[in-house]
Every structure is written in structure tokens, then in C-alpha cells.
Design a protein around this ligand. Sequence first.
Ligand SMILES: [Zn+2]
Length: 151
Amino acid sequence: MKADAPPGPECPYCSARIPSWPQRLPVYGCTRCRRPLYLYPVRIARPQIYKIKPLFQLAKQLTAIAALWILIVIFLNFAAIQTVFCAVILTFFVHGSMDLADGYLGYKTSIDRTWNKLTPSGQVKLRAAMRMAGGGGLVVLAIFGVASILV
Ligand SMILES: [Zn+2]
């Protein structure tokens, strides 16, 4: 935190100050970058301590764990190919929809964060478009995957 910044929590995505968090609401949208944020419990015993984290980051971490699990299952031949295929479809859909939404918000707000760094303002629209294209591609693949199961 900067020395002259007013006290209070900051958005982990864009560093904007969060004036207040609505009570009993686990997810809240940043007013500047519009990314959904959630409260991550660091300490459950009183006094309770929470960290504010971007929801898209959680979803991407979960899909990375799912991808690792899928690779292990394929390598060790633990599950039926149909189960692995469904897991891949679900992972593609979750990761793709998160990238699609993140890219859209990056395009709308001109704020983008890639590899844990804010993108320079001249490259935000290009990165947002690339993110939307990648996310849209994953969602289309997931839809084709579901269609191939149903047919
Ligand atoms: Zn923000």
C-alpha cells in the first residue's frame, strides 16, 4: 500500500480502493475494473480474517487443477474415456467462459491483468480481444463436445 493512499482494502486486480463490502455478501464486483471479487477466509477463529481475491483467478486455478487431474487419470488409465471426456468438456467450458468474461470486462474497462501484472494501456484492447477469442474457442469446443455426446 502506498503511504499517501487512504486506509482500507484494495481490489487485487486493479488496486482501486474498496470503500465498503456489503455485509453477508461473499461476492462483490469492483466498481473500477468490474471483476467479481470474493472473500477468502484466512482465519476462521475469531477474530476472523479474510483476503479479497478475484473470482476469475479462483476459477482458473480450479480448472488448472482439473486439467492436472485429467492428465493423471489419462496417464494411469483410472477412468472410462467417457468420464475423462466429460471432465475435459466441463474444464473447457468453465475456463473458456471465465476468459470470455474477463476479456469482455478488459475491453469495456480498459483494465487487464496478465501473468499477475497490469497490462500497459496501449495493449489492453488487443489482449482483451485475444482473451475473448481464446475463451470463445474453448466454449465452442465444449459445446461441440456436448453435442457429440448427445448424438
Ligand atoms: Zn478492481
